[in-house]
Write a protein that binds this ligand. Sequence first.
Ligand SMILES: C[S@@+](CC[C@H](N)C(=O)[O-])C[C@H]1O[C@@H](n2cnc3c(N)ncnc32)[C@H](O)[C@@H]1O
Length: 409
Amino acid sequence: MPESLESIDVVAERMVAGGSCIAHLDDGRVALVEGALPGERVEARVTEERPKMVTAAVEVVLDASSDRIAPPCAEVERGCGGCDLQYADPAAQPNLKVEVVRDALRRLARLSDVPIDPGRALPADGYRTTVRAAVRGGRAGFRARRSNDVVTVDSCMVAHPLVEEVLIDGRFDGATEVVVRVGARTGERMVVVSPNAESVSVPPDVRVVGTDELGRGRRAWIHEELAGHRFRVSAQSFFQARPDGAEALVDAVRRALGDPGADAALVDLYGGVGLFSVALGTRAPVLVERSASAVADARVNLAERDAMILKMGVRRWRPVPADVVVADPARSGLGVEGVAAVVGSGAPRVALVSCDPASLARDVGQLASVGYHPLGVELVDLFPRTHHLEAVTALELTEDAADVVELHS
Ligand SMILES: C[S@@+](CC[C@H](N)C(=O)[O-])C[C@H]1O[C@@H](n2cnc3c(N)ncnc32)[C@H](O)[C@@H]1O
């Protein structure tokens, strides 16, 4: 074990998954430095030491990147750690995220020549229509940087104004956590309060529900509009955290699938409340989703279509032939079962939607190994001012692999 260190003076190289930058120490170890931007020389306090790796957090920026800005949010000064890239110019963030995906594809999938498009910029402020907050002393707040403490806030620059009002003015006595969710285009609002909503004060239009009531079967929902469609979204259903971002995601998926026509046989794996099945406009989509709440919403949202909505895990689904597949798994990615479902469909074109660079790289690597050639990745920056990213990968079944899939189906 090399000599132990309290602080390090390093040059940050590239950003990696999670938003930290890689640097190299003179003793040969790699450092993961939080709070740095590529190219910057920083002094950083060591937070953890291992035989081959050190993690550290920036204390002083000795040589700043031109992409560094003073955090514009007043709450950062008070210790709020809600948005971990407040120090990076929003205009620079899409390209930083491109490099994160490039690094993951190269290291985890040995793919170094996949084109990656940063996508078009979305507004960096007032965008989030779903926010999960901790509650302390009846007030909503966010985790402090590098700690489990909660900082109650007087403003939130990334929350949609309809969310921000509930976060700031709401009082949630006896609660430990709240989720505020609004329909930006319908104005409908809802709070889900844990463990119960017995002593809650919010503006009169806000629907209030406790997680205890949800557990006993109570239903509560709001509606959102996007891409010319209306969606019902229940308290326990997943929905994209901003409608303009959901529209950008639908556009990226449509491009990845080569603009499928109304008659295309679409399979929507991990389909949620039906965002892609509804917005892509195919006549008879097949949607696979395991959440009962999301499936109930999908049945309402797809009522006008000849849709087949299957409430089951992807592992249990018996693949049917498809022209196009959209697969939008949770953070952990497709894994073996999701890859098997895609392959089983034999679809010539696939859009993989990923929210984690490591699982994106693993999934693309596995799909490439069974004959799905990655044509390109398009980022959709749903979460400016944070390291989080969303990416759509277009994959095409190569002819040789199509023969193999045919043979086994
Ligand atoms: C990232 S969300 C995407 C939902 C939808 N595509 C959208 O954009 O609104 C992932 C969805 O997959 C569902 N899910 C997670 N694991 C699953 C599995 N093994 N089988 C089926 N659905 C699953 C979750 O309930 C969630 O609705």
